[in-house]
Design a protein around this ligand. Structure first.
Ligand code: DGJ
Length: 729
């Protein structure tokens, strides 16, 4: 890891373990160009790549005019309005209503470590393992500065980028667009991968060729959303799980986002990500600054698997924080699918009693414990315990659960307000709405205007009072509807375009306060299942509920897509009852356990009611979790086969960092008539180490297991699974 400035040619080179990222400065005008991103270079002068064509591109000097220069120049942070007709990364409207910006280099700074991003989640690092480059670009007409920040991390092939805009001019401007990162590349017949989905089927992988023009994936829901991810990968057509070049880009943000690829006339591709410009504007007065979210770029020469492992390592070691970052999480049992709203303290204690006897470690009380919340029509915002339901109060319940040797966790939906609630009756203007227009309901609820500090304070005080009232060690933070009818009673007309982003900042601020006040709390984010499974949320909570779909088969696809970017340690995954509540499918209890093992592991069922033969399996599953979770949480993830692609079986493995052991999970979704054993080639082992398959006598070299493989016998029936534990001999 190193960042170098080459004075002779005025270029900057950022080296990671296996990659180089080079930024070149072009001639006296100091246009900043993207020269290279790819496998690590020995040369640090590749500025010649920016000088395609005959004479050097010095727009004010040579015979070529500025428009033909900017039409093809690979701008490091592209601006529009002055001759680059591709997608721009940044655009401001000046006081006179004009839209134009031309940025050239004015200064730079290289320093050890990494400064935090004001109010936003971001990767972090120490002076020993992280280095940062800051380039200050300026528009000389408006006095707008763009401070581009780049960080590299010891041992990880990723570059974290962010942008801060500063108004050093004399007049206000309105920011209409501010993307966090942009990279111009030659198109090598790339495919692109995005993750798309819906409620109960989030993050499905979609791979298509990059065609001409703009292709984007975006959210306008005020959250990252079930439907898309702030992510895109560009990869060579021939790239696979293990080989070929892949560029991945992921935004650390939980609100409206947009990621796009723009393939242009000269067969270059511009890849960028940032806040979705639609519905966004921000007034920047002289002397003010705007911090855009951080984006992460990963280059992998080892296919998609290499990209995933780089994201996992970065997020596990430089994004997730807090008590549980490196800890095994307690196995929880959540009462949502067990009881929905129909519970009282007796039912919960009966579940806890049975669960504790089976080895489950925490009871989580889901939606319905507060106010008049007997169904989803009311009471959001009334964060007081309903003592009619929970006789004896919350402390009594928590104490009783603790006496069983279990921890206790609780559900909140802090950002919401029901029209039928005391809070709404007292403060109808606290809901996001446009005056004169009836705001739309979703799940019978409105969204609180989290941009307002008095609302943040109110919600924080309410939550803190509940959390201080008993020994509560876990919070599930839910969010069950998107934002619409965007209007804030606290913003002026010219600043209404700031609400989407200010809302997200308010949520971040509240979560930060919560984990500061309760540093030992395990926070799990959730949004109607997995609508806010994003890197922004991971900064506050080490785990996120993956999906309301806990069906073992659908989960294979959801978890494959999720693990493309996010570490297994972050994936909230539970065993639930069958027929599955989302798809009506019945799968063996054993298989549900294998699939949930790939994530945080827990239960979502009424353990007093499930069939005895299922219940009897729980102690063995608990043991399995304790045996394998350290490996699953910290190891390297390799995908061996994808049910999403082959429609028959799924197979993935996790190999320990020191290559001393590995766990292979194989799920045969559909049995196949007249079938033989399948040969599975393992990955990520040490070629010259001797291994054993647990339960067998003979040994194999790692190279044998990886090159010749193992035989996976044909299993009779559908939905069956198998774990194979490989240990060093
Ligand atoms: C959506 C979540 O994903 C569920 O797990 C559950 O908490 C419900 N909300 C409760 O309303």
């Amino acid at each position: 890891m190193a960042i170098m400035y080459n004075e002779k040619n005025g270029s900057f080179k950022l080296d990671t373990k296996g990659t180089s990222y080079v930024i070149g400065i072009v001639d006296e005008e100091k246009f900043v160009g993207h020269a290279y991103y790819g496998p690590r270079l020995l040369d640090d002068d590749v500025n010649y790549l920016l000088k395609t064509g005959e004479a050097p591109f010095t727009p004010e000097k040579n015979s070529r005019d500025r428009l033909s220069f900017l039409d093809c120049f690979p701008q490091e942070y592209p601006t529009g309005g002055v001759g680059d007709f591709r997608e721009s990364a940044v655009m401001v409207r000046d006081n006179g209503g004009h839209r134009a910006l031309a940025l050239t280099l004015s200064d730079y700074r290289i320093y050890k470590g990494k400064d935090p991003l004001a109010g936003l989640p971001a990767t972090w690092g120490s002076e020993e393992d992280t280095e940062t480059l800051e380039l200050t670009l300026v528009d000389k007409v408006l006095g707008i500065k763009a401070i581009l920040s780049y960080s590299v991390f010891e041992g990880i092939d990723a570059v974290a980028r962010s942008v801060r805009l500063v108004n050093d001019g004399e007049a206000p401007v309105t920011i209409e667009r501010v993307m966090s990162a942009s990279i111009d590349m030659d198109n090598r017949e790339y495919d692109k991968i995005i993750l798309h989905g819906s409620w109960a089927r989030e993050r499905h992988i979609d791979r298509t060729p990059v065609s001409y023009g703009v292709q984007s994936t975006s959210s306008l829901r005020g959250e990252s959303g079930h439907q898309q991810q702030p992510f895109m990968a560009l990869l060579e057509k021939s790239a696979t799980q293990d080989a070929g070049e892949v560029y991945g880009i992921n935004l650390i943000y939980s609100g409206n986002c947009m990621t796009l690829a723009d393939r242009g006339q000269f067969d270059n591709v511009r890849l960028m990500t940032g806040i979705n410009p639609e519905g966004f504007s921000w007034k920047l007065n002289p002397g003010e600054a705007f911090q855009a979210p951080e984006a992460v770029l990963v280059y992998s020469a080892e296919g998609l698997g290499g990209m995933s492992r780089a994201f996992h390592d970065l997020y596990r070691n430089h994004l997730i924080r807090g008590e549980y970052r490196d800890k095994k999480r307690p196995i929880l049992i959540n009462n949502w699918e067990a009881t929905y709203f129909d519970f009282n303290e007796e039912k919960l204690l009966a579940i806890a009693k049975e669960a504790s006897a089976l080895g489950i470690e925490m009871l989580v009380m889901d939606d319905g414990w507060f106010g008049n919340r007997f169904d989803d029509n009311r009471a959001l915002g009334d964060w007081e315990v309903n003592e009619e339901k929970l006789k004896g109060g919350l402390k009594y319940l928590v104490d009783e659960v603790n006496k069983l040797g279990m921890k206790f966790g609780i559900w909140f939906e802090p950002e919401m307000i029901s029209p039928d609630s005391d809070l709404y009756r007292a403060h109808p203007d606290w809901a996001i709405q446009i005056p004169g227009r009836t705001a739309g309901l979703a799940r019978n609820q409105y969204v609180l205007d989290m941009s307002r500090t008095e609302i943040q304070d109110y919600i924080f005080d309410k939550m803190a009072a509940v959390l201080h009232s008993a020994n509560i060690e876990y919070v599930k933070w839910d969010m069950n509807r998107p934002l619409s009818d965007i209007g804030s009673a606290a913003l002026s007309a010219e600043c209404q375009g700031e609400l989407f982003h200010r809302y997200v900042l308010g949520v971040y601020w509240l979560q930060e306060r919560l984990i500061t006040e309760f540093p030992k709390l395990l926070l799990e984010n959730c949004s109607g299942g997995g609508a806010r499974f994003d890197a922004g949320m991971l900064y506050y909570s080490p785990q996120i509920w993956c999906s309301d779909d806990t069906d073992a088969v659908e989960r294979l696809t959801i978890q494959e897509g999720t693990a493309l970017i996010y570490p297994l340690s972050a994936m909230g995954a539970h065993v639930s009852d069958c027929p599955n509540h989302a798809v009506g499918r019945t799968t063996p209890f054993e298989t549900r356990g294998y699939v949930a093992l790939a994530g945080t592991f827990g239960y979502e069922l009424d353990v007093t009611k499930i069939p005895a033969e299922d219940r009897e399996q729980i102690p063995a599953q608990v043991e399995m979790y304790h045996k394998y979770n350290d490996l699953v949480r910290t190891g390297d993830y390799y995908r061996l086969a994808s049910y999403q692609q082959n429609r028959m079986y799924d197979c993935y493995m996790v190999a320990a960092k020191d290559k001393s052991e590995a766990l292979v999970t194989y799920i045969q979704v559909l049995g196949r008539p007249n079938s033989h054993s399948r040969r599975i080639l393992l990955k990520g082992l040490a070629a010259d180490k001797l291994y054993r398959i647990e339960g067998e006598e003979r040994t194999y070299y790692g190279s044998t297991l990886m090159q010749a493989g193992i035989l996976m016998e044909n299993i009779w029936g559908d939905f069956k699974g198998k774990l194979i534990h490989i240990v060093e001999a």
